[in-house]
Write a protein that binds this ligand. Structure first.
Ligand SMILES: Cc1cc2nc3c(=O)[nH]c(=O)nc-3n(C[C@H](O)[C@H](O)[C@H](O)COP(=O)(O)OP(=O)(O)OC[C@H]3O[C@@H](n4cnc5c(N)ncnc54)[C@H](O)[C@@H]3O)c2cc1C
Ligand code: SF4
Length: 333
C-alpha cells in the first residue's frame, strides 16, 4: 500500500489564513482542494510538502455567480459535479458543462473542484508512477533526474496538460482571479496562464490562491462543444481533447477558436484555423478542411498512453465531432 509522507496539516477558515500559510512556506506548502490529484501525487513522491493547506473550511468560493452583462464568476471550490449540472453553465457554456462532466469518474467529480482542475499537474507515463518505478528508470527532468525519456536529449519536460476544463476555458476567453498576501489580486487570461514547461505549466506563484474563474458573457450566436478521446469513458484522463467555440451570423462562421489539448504541456490554440474559417459558411467542406489542417499541425508524443500515430489520426475525428456538436447544440442562451 502506498502511504502518504509526513507533513503538517492546516485547515484555515479564511482566505487570509490560507494566504498567510502560503506566504510563510512558499514552495513547500501545497493547497488541497478535492485532493483527487494532489493526494496520489504526494503518495508517489511526485509532489512534496512540508505543509498541506486544506481549502475545505473556506466559505464563498463554492458558488456560481452571474456577473454584470451575463458572464459567470465560478468559485475555485465549485465541484466538477456541480459545474456540470449548473443551469447557467449548461445554458450559456455547454462545452464547459460537458468537459466538467467528463472528468474522471463520479466520485472524483463529487470531490474534485474547478480550481484543482485548472491547476492540475501535468502528466506523463514516466512520472505518474511509484517512486520505486521512477528510481529504477533513473528519474527524469520533471523530478529528481536530468533526462527526458520522451524526447531523447530534450532539455525541457513535455509532460501533457491533461485537465479537461482548460481547453474549453481557453476557447471561452476566461480569466483567472489569483490572490496572494503580499501582492493582492491579479487577473490573468487562461490562455496566458499555461506555459510550455511540463515541470510546472502554470504561471501560478507559490504564494497564490486561485479564487475564481471569470467567464465573459456569451456573445449572441455563440456555439461551443468539447470532444474527448479516452480509453474508458467511465474514468480516464484524455488522450486527446478538442474544444471549439464560434459564433454564427446566419450560417456564417465568426471568431472560431479551436483548442487541442493532451498533446504537450499547454493547450494548443490553432489560431490559423480560426483565421481560415472567418466569414465562411458552416458546411461540410469547411469542417473537413479544418480537420485536415488540424491533423497537419498536431503531433502527439509518447508522453501519455496511446500510440501517438493513432492519437494523431484521431485529431481530425475529434475536430469534426467538436465542430458538428457545437453547430447542432444551438446557440448559448
Ligand atoms: C483515476 C483518476 C482519473 C482522473 N481523470 C481525470 C480526467 O479525465 N480529466 C481531468 O481533468 N482530471 C482527471 N483526474 C484528476 C482530478 O481528479 C481532476 O483534475 C480534479 O479536477 C482535480 O481537482 P481537485 O479539487 O481534486 O484538485 P487537488 O488534487 O486538490 O489539487 C490539484 C492541484 O491544484 C492545486 N490547487 C487546487 N485548488 C487550488 C486553488 N484554488 N488555487 C491554487 N491551486 C490549487 C493543488 O495544490 C494541486 O497542485 C483524474 C484523477 C484520478 C485519480
Ligand atoms: S516528458 Fe520527459 S521529463 Fe517530462 S515527465 Fe515525461 S519523461 Fe519526464
Amino acid at each position: 500500500m502506498l502511504r502518504l509522507p509526513e507533513f503538517r496539516f492546516e485547515s484555515p477558515d479564511s482566505v487570509d489564513g490560507v494566504l498567510a500559510l502560503l506566504a510563510e512556506h512558499g514552495g513547500r506548502a501545497r493547497l488541497l482542494a478535492g485532493g483527487t490529484d494532489l493526494v496520489p501525487n504526494l503518495k508517489h513522491g511526485i509532489e512534496e510538502a512540508d505543509v498541506v493547506v486544506s481549502l475545505s473550511k473556506l466559505g464563498g468560493l463554492d458558488e456560481v455567480r452571474e456577473t454584470e452583462g451575463g458572464g459567470l464568476e465560478l468559485g475555485a471550490l465549485v465541484t466538477l459535479e456541480a459545474l456540470a449540472a449548473h443551469p447557467l453553465v449548461t445554458a450559456r457554456y455547454p462545452a464547459l458543462a460537458t468537459a466538467a462532466g467528463l472528468v474522471a469518474g463520479p466520485h472524483h467529480r463529487r470531490m474534485g473542484t474547478l480550481g484543482g482542475n485548472v491547476c492540475l499537474n501535468t502528466r506523463c507515463v514516466y512520472i505518474n508512477q511509484t517512486h520505486f518505478w521512477r528510481e529504477a528508470l533513473g528519474y527524469c527532468l520533471k523530478k529528481d533526474g536530468e533526462v527526458c525519456h520522451v524526447v531523447k536529449g530534450g532539455k525541457r519536460c513535455v509532460a501533457a496538460a491533461s485537465n479537461d476544463t482548460a481547453p474549453v476555458l481557453t476557447t471561452l476567453g476566461a480569466t483567472l482571479r489569483l490572490r496572494s498576501r503580499d501582492h493582492g489580486v491579479r487577473e490573468v487570461g487562461v490562455a496566458d496562464f499555461y506555459v510550455q514547461d511540463g515541470v510546472s505549466n502554470k504561471t501560478l506563484e507559490p504564494d497564490e490562491l486561485l479564487e475564481a474563474v471569470l467567464v465573459p458573457p456569451p456573445p449572441p450566436g455563440l456555439h461551443t462543444a468539447y470532444s474527448k478521446l479516452r480509453p474508458r469513458d467511465s474514468i480516464d484522463f484524455p488522450r486527446l481533447s478538442v474544444a471549439a467555440a464560434f459564433r454564427l451570423e446566419g450560417d456564417v462562421v465568426r471568431d472560431l477558436r479551436l483548442v487541442v489539448s493532451a498533446l504537450a504541456s499547454r493547450p494548443l490554440h490553432l489560431k490559423k484555423l480560426g483565421a481560415a474559417a472567418e466569414g465562411r459558411p458552416f458546411d461540410d467542406a469547411l469542417v473537413e478542411e479544418l480537420a485536415a489542417a488540424a491533423f497537419k499541425v498536431c503531433h502527439p508524443l509518447t508522453n501519455i498512453d496511446g500510440d501517438p500515430t493513432w492519437r494523431r489520426e484521431m485529431v481530425p475525428v475529434h475536430v469534426k465531432r467538436a465542430l458538428r456538436a457545437a453547430r447542432e447544440h444551438g446557440a448559448s442562451r
